[in-house]
Ligand binder design. Structure first.
Ligand SMILES: Nc1ncnc2c1ncn2[C@@H]1O[C@H](COP(=O)(O)OP(=O)(O)OP(=O)(O)O)[C@@H](O)[C@H]1O
Ligand SMILES: [Mg+2]
Length: 410
């Protein structure tokens, strides 16, 4: 019988060093975690290596934070095995992230009544590399008028891949000429045309980990290190609540536990435009001020799941959401119902109770560590590996200033 009081959190990593080092350090500092029955638990981390595996082998991990499977299929298939065979808890489920890319997320959220801008999918520009393509296309592909589709969507519009990420292939289209140039360049990518939300008041990027959400003002036009503005209360209370609700709803709906969501806010209207990010950016050099929050939330949610032996739900519960969507309720009443479903999925009340009792020392522990030379060394190392030497001093000072701001008031 395995010891149910010793928990191992696996980290499946690519090139990142900053947040994993932070996470590992904090787990080491955590000490025993006492559950509601008064039993002490220990938690440790381990970086997962990639090697052949027996499908019947028993993994040692209670939970895995995955940052790799979105592009590397050996660990992706291992994740599926440990989820299906061994009840390992995953942040995130590879099943829904593989099948529910941006396009599926748009569809589901439109069905739930969210204000996703008008969006069309257009067939590939170039032939698909498949032996049956030529015959099938000749017989069934209807010639279509790209201009007519764009006219339906309306200008300006965005052309972007149906499963996109990292701004690959994204362009803002203002006229027929740029429309055709972008479509010609799309090649083998499958593209959406989406109406642009013009003149928005703010771009809210929210990072959600378990049921915890941080809504940040995002400035996509700025360089990476300035994209997240440190600004509180930039949304009206109503719009702020809506952004949080939408973020938590999307995650609960798809069983995503670590995901970011982008919404454009115009007056009191919230338009979600991007919310299927299997590996959201949480580097210090992007999040800076918000980094301690993100690491603290990741720590708390992971420990909660491991210690309370939370069971992963691999199946979706779409019908309960669709019943709300199809009801006579108005939009805000529907959002309130979705939030209840999401909180039910995340067991939010129990999680908060666990944080208040078993993890009450974590916030101070994070603050102590972020104020320490050990954190500063991590910050300096990260700057050195991210920027050219001539920029090191400037960026170290820049990020120290922002972290200092968090220590003072965050
Ligand atoms: N409908 C829209 N209205 C206004 N701006 C948009 C719209 N769609 C996309 N954009 C702009 O284009 C950017 C990239 O689009 P999107 O987020 O959908 O692509 P992505 O490749 O997933 O980017 P990332 O990985 O950085 O999130 C957005 O951050 C936003 O600035
Ligand atoms: Mg985006």
């Amino acid at each position: 019988m395995p010891d149910r009081t010793e928990h191992l959190l696996g980290l499946l990593l690519g090139t990142e060093e900053d947040w994993p080092r932070a996470f590992e350090t904090l787990v080491k500092r955590l000490g025993p975690v006492r559950d509601s029955a008064g039993v002490d638990h220990t938690v440790a981390t381990e970086r997962i290596t990639i090697e052949p595996f027996d499908l019947r082998a028993e993994p040692r991990y209670d939970l895995v934070i995955d940052r790799l499977a979105y592009w590397y299929y050996v660990p992706r298939e291992w994740l599926k095995k440990v989820a299906l065979m061994d009840d390992v808890y995953l942040l995130n489920s590879p099943f829904t992230f593989q099948s529910m890319e941006k396009h599926a997320a748009y569809c589901a959220m439109m069905r739930l009544g969210l204000k996703v801008p008008p969006t069309w999918l257009v067939p590939y520009k170039n032939p698909v590399d498949h032996a049956k393509y030529a015959y099938t296309a000749a017989k069934y592909n209807r010639p279509f008028d790209l201009d007519a589709v764009a006219d339906q969507v309306g200008y300006p519009l965005f052309m972007k891949p149906y499963d996109g990420g990292a701004w690959r292939g994204v362009s803002r289209i203002t006229d027929r000429q740029t429309l055709h140039a972008a479509y010609d360049a799309s090649g083998e990518m499958l593209m959406h045309l989406q109406a642009s939300i013009e003149g928005y008041d703010s771009f809210a990027r929210s990072l959600t980990i378990g049921p915890d959400t941080m809504v940040m003002r995002f400035q996509p036009e700025k360089p990476m290190h300035e994209r997240y503005a440190v600004q509180h209360g930039f949304l009206s209370p109503e719009a702020g609540t809506e952004v949080v609700t939408i973020s938590r709803l999307i995650n609960a709906f798809f069983r995503w536990e670590f995901n970011s969501c982008e919404s454009l806010v115009v007056g009191s209207e919230v338009y979600p435009i991007d919310y299927a990010n299997a590996c959201p950016d949480i580097s210090i050099t992007s999040l800076h001020y918000y980094f301690p929050w993100a690491i603290g939330a990741l720590l708390k949610w992971s420990v909660f799941c491991a210690v309370t032996e939370r069971k992963a739900q691999l199946d979706l519960d779409t019908r309960r959401y669709f019943e709300v969507a199809d009801s006579e309720m108005d939009y805000s009443a529907k959002l309130a119902e979705y939030l209840k479903l999401a909180d039910d999925y995340f067991d939010t009340a129990r999680y908060h109770e666990f944080c208040a009792t078993s993890l009450s020392h974590v916030d101070d522990m994070v603050r102590d560590w972020v104020s320490s030379p050990d954190f500063d060394a991590l910050l300096v190392d990260t700057v050195r590996t991210t920027y050219p030497p001539a920029e090191h001093d400037r960026f170290v000072a820049h990020f120290r200033g922002l972290i200092g701001l968090w220590i003072k008031g965050g």
